[in-house]
Write a protein that binds this ligand. Structure first.
Ligand code: ADP
Ligand code: ZN
Length: 625
C-alpha cells in the first residue's frame, strides 16, 4: 500500500480512503466500538451507511497488524461489485465463492493466509466448510483474524422474510474464535427479529446501535387501484421518465406480463423472478446495475443486497405481506439521499387475496394469527388519511411528526362518512345468508345494492330483498371503497374459492352504527408539486437525466462529459458506473470545476487512491469542456 495510507485513526481513514468529510449518525460510535474489539449489533435503514461501520474498523485493525476482517454476505452475485468498490478505493479485498476459477481461488487463499487482505467476503455455506474453517483456524492462531462482520444479519431469523438456514451455522465462529469481535448489521427493525439475532448469533454482549428508520427523501404514496396498469404508466411517464426503479408484483406470471407490457410501451423494462433461468436473472440484474434507467419488474426474489444508490422509485402493483416487507422493499429507493418515490396501487382484490393466502396457507394457527395481525397493520397504513410516515415509523416504535413528504401530507384527502353505506352493505350480506343460506361475492353485492337487474339478481330473486337498490345513489367505486374498508377492518371476511362475503362478530357494532366508517373520496391524482425541475420532460426513456443538483449551463456540460468518461472507466473495469464515482460526486466536480489535484481532493467521494488513479484525467476532462 502507498505510504500515504498509513494512519489508523478512523476519521483519517474516512478522509483518505473514502474521501468523506465526516461520519454519519452512529457510524463513529460503531467504528470505535469495533476498533476497540467489542461486539456490535447495528440496525440502520438502507442507505444509512452500514458498510463503513465495518470497513473502516477493518482498515484500522489491519493497519495495526490485526489481520483480515471476514464479511459474511448472503448473496454471491453481489460480492463482485462490493469488492470492486473497495478495490477502486485502494483497499485490498477479495471474495471467495463458487464463481471463481480454481487458480484464482488459490491465489486469494494465499493472499489471505499471508495476511495481506483487509476484507474477505464469503457466503455462510462456504465459510462453514472444513477447508474454509481450517484457513480461519490458521489465521486465528497467528493473530490474523481481526473481526467478523455479519451482513444482512436478519437472515438468521425465521421470523423475517429472508431466513437462510446456513446463517444458523454461523454460531460456530463465535464458539471457535471467542474474543474476535463481531459486528452484525441489518436494515430490519422489528423487535422480534432483533431478539432472534442476539440469541442465535450469541450477541448478548454486543452493544446495540439503533438508527432512526426514517428515510426522509422517500415520498410515500398509496393510490386506490382503478386501472393499475394505466396508473403505473402515468406514474412512470410523468414522474420517472428515464429513471431506474423497481416494480414489485406478487406472482411470476404477473411479473412477466407487466414487464412485457411496459416494454411494449417503450420502457426499458425487464422481468426478474426465481423461476427464471439463473443466467437470465444475472443478465437482467447486471443491466439494472450497470445501465441507466432500467425498470426491473420483479417478485420479492429481487432486491436484497442491491446497493445501487440511484434507484429513483419502487412501485408496488400488489400489496406486500406486511409493513416489514413494505419498508424493506420501498427502502431500496433513494440510497443516495436524493428524492425518491415509494408508490403503491392498492385495492379490494389485494385485501381479499392476502387474507385468503393466509387462511389457506399451511402455517400453524398461531402463526396465521400473527400474519393476520401484521396484514391488518399494513391495511391500516394503506387506508390511513393522515401522515403515512408517522404510521410507518410508529410501527417500528419510533415517534415522529407529520412529514410533509407523503401523499396525505401533501394533499390531505377529502373523506366522507361511509357509516350509513357500511350498514347497508352489512345488512345486505346478512340478507343473502338469510335468503339463500350462503353468501355472494363483492360484485353481486354491489349490483344488488345499486338495484341492477342482472341475470344473477333475477335468477336468485334478489330484486325482492329489502336491501335491493338501497344504495343506488352511491357509485360503484365508492361501494368498493366501503367493502375494502369493511374487509380491511375485519368486519367482513371472504370465504372459499369465490370470495363469498360473510359477517364477522365485529360487524354487529357497525350495524348498530357504533363504529364510524370514514372513507377517502376517490379523486383524480392531484398534480405533484416541485417535481418539474427534477423530471424535466424528456421524450423517451434513456434520454440524458438531469444532474442531481442544479447546475448552470457550463456545469451541465461538465457533468455530461464526466459521465461519459466514467462510463468508459466502468466498462474497462467491469463495474457499475456508480462504483467509480457517484452521480453526486460528479455533480460536485462539475459545479466546483476544480483546477488542481488539491482542489479535486476536497470533493466528497474522492479518496486518495481515486485521486491518484483518476485525478489527472478528471482535470483534463474538465478543462476540455
Ligand atoms: P447501507 O448498506 O446501510 O444501505 P451503504 O453502506 O451502502 O448503506 O451507504 C449508503 C451510501 O451512503 C453509500 O453510497 C455510501 O458511500 C454513502 N455514505 C455512507 N457513509 C457516508 C459518510 N459518512 N459520508 C458520506 N457518504 C456516506
Ligand atoms: Zn406525511
Amino acid at each position: 500500500m502507498p505510504s500515504i495510507l498509513a494512519a489508523s485513526d478512523p476519521l483519517a481513514i474516512l478522509h483518505e480512503v473514502f474521501g468523506y468529510s465526516a461520519f454519519r449518525g452512529h457510524q463513529a460510535a460503531v467504528v470505535e466500538r469495533v476498533c476497540q474489539g467489542g461486539d456490535a449489533l447495528v440496525l440502520m435503514p438502507t442507505g444509512g451507511g452500514k458498510s463503513l461501520c465495518y470497513q473502516v474498523p477493518a482498515i484500522a485493525r489491519h493497519r495495526a497488524g490485526q489481520g483480515v476482517t471476514l464479511v459474511v454476505s448472503p448473496l454471491i452475485a453481489l460480492m463482485h461489485d462490493q469488492v470492486g468498490a473497495l478495490d477502486e478505493a485502494g483497499v485490498p479485498a477479495a471474495f471467495l465463492n463458487s464463481t471463481l476459477e480454481g487458480d484464482e481461488a488459490r491465489r486469494i487463499e494465499r493472499e489471505l493466509l499471508a495476511g495481506r487482505l483487509v476484507l474477505l467476503y464469503a457466503a455462510p455455506e462456504r465459510i462453514l466448510t472444513p477447508r474454509f474453517l481450517a484457513m480461519l483456524d490458521s489465521l486465528h492462531e497467528r493473530g490474523l483474524l481481526s473481526a467478523v462482520a455479519i451482513d444482512e444479519a436478519h437472515c438468521v431469523s425465521q421470523w423475517g422474510h429472508d431466513f437462510r438456514e446456513e446463517y444458523l451455522g454461523l454460531s460456530v465462529l463465535h464458539e471457535r474464535y471467542a474474543g474476535v469481535p463481531r459486528i452484525a448489521l441489518t436494515a430490519t427493525a422489528d423487535a422480534h427479529t432483533r431478539a432472534d439475532i442476539v440469541e442465535r448469533l450469541a450477541l448478548e454482549d454486543a452493544q446495540l446501535f439503533v438508527a432512526s428508520f426514517d428515510r426522509p427523501n422517500i415520498r410515500y404514496t398509496i393510490v386506490e387501484k382503478d386501472e393499475p396498469r394505466k396508473q403505473l404508466l402515468r406514474f412512470l411517464r410523468e414522474e420517472h421518465e428515464g429513471d431506474a426503479g423497481i416494480v414489485y408484483c406478487q406472482s411470476r406470471k404477473k411479473v412477466e406480463e407487466t414487464a412485457a407490457w411496459l416494454a411494449g410501451e417503450g420502457l426499458d423494462a425487464l422481468p426478474y423472478h426465481a423461476g427464471l433461468d439463473a443466467g437470465v436473472r444475472r443478465r437482467h440484474q447486471d443491466r439494472f446495475l450497470r445501465d441507466e434507467g432500467v425498470v426491473m419488474v420483479a417478485t420479492i426474489a429481487f432486491g436484497m443486497g442491491i446497493d445501487k444508490p440511484d434507484v429513483r422509485f419502487v412501485a408496488h402493483l400488489d400489496l406486500p405481506k406486511n409493513i416489514e416487507g413494505y419498508y424493506q422493499e420501498t427502502g431500496r429507493a433513494g440510497r443516495d439521499g436524493l428524492p425518491a418515490d415509494a408508490w403503491m396501487a392498492y385495492g379490494l382484490v389485494d385485501v381479499v387475496n392476502q387474507r385468503r393466502m393466509i387462511d389457506e396457507g399451511e402455517a400453524a394457527d398461531d402463526f396465521k394469527r400473527l400474519q393476520r395481525a401484521k396484514l391488518d397493520a399494513l391495511l391500516a397504513l394503506a387506508e390511513a388519511h393522515d401522515c403515512r410516515r408517522v404510521r410507518l415509523l410508529a410501527y417500528f416504535d419510533e415517534a415522529s411528526e407529520s412529514c410533509g413528504n407523503c401523499d396525505n401530507c401533501l394533499h390531505p384527502p377529502a373523506v366522507w362518512d361511509g357509516t350509513e353505506a357500511a350498514r347497508k352493505a352489512l345488512s345486505c350480506i346478512y340478507r343473502f345468508h338469510q335468503h339463500d343460506g350462503f353468501g355472494f361475492g363483492a360484485g353481486h353485492l354491489i349490483d344488488v345494492l345499486r338495484g341492477q337487474r342482472t341475470e344473477k339478481v333475477l335468477q336468485r330473486g334478489h330484486e325482492g330483498l329489502s336491501t335491493f337498490g338501497i344504495g343506488a345513489d352511491t357509485p360503484e367505486q365508492a361501494w368498493r371503497g366501503v367493502l375494502r374498508q369493511l374487509i380491511a377492518l375485519g368486519h367482513v371476511r371472504t370465504e372459499g374459492e369465490y370470495n363469498v362475503l360473510a359477517l364477522t362478530e365485529s360487524a354487529r357494532a357497525v350495524l348498530r352504527g357504533e363504529v364510524p366508517v370514514l372513507l377517502r373520496v376517490p379523486a383524480d391524482p392531484p398534480p405533484r408539486r416541485g417535481r418539474s425541475s427534477r423530471s424535466a420532460p424528456s421524450s423517451r426513456s434513456g434520454a440524458p437525466k438531469p444532474p442531481p443538483v442544479p447546475l448552470d449551463e457550463g456545469g451541465v456540460q461538465r457533468f455530461e462529459a464526466l459521465k461519459t468518461w466514467r462510463a468508459e472507466v466502468a466498462r474497462e473495469h467491469n463495474l457499475p458506473a456508480y462504483i467509480v464515482f457517484h452521480d453526486a460526486t460528479l455533480a460536485e466536480m462539475a459545479r466546483e470545476a476544480p483546477d488542481s489535484l488539491d482542489a479535486l481532493a476536497s470533493i466528497s467521494g474522492v479518496g486518495a487512491k481515486k485521486l491518484d488513479a483518476y485525478g489527472r484525467e478528471i482535470l483534463r476532462v474538465l478543462q476540455t469542456v
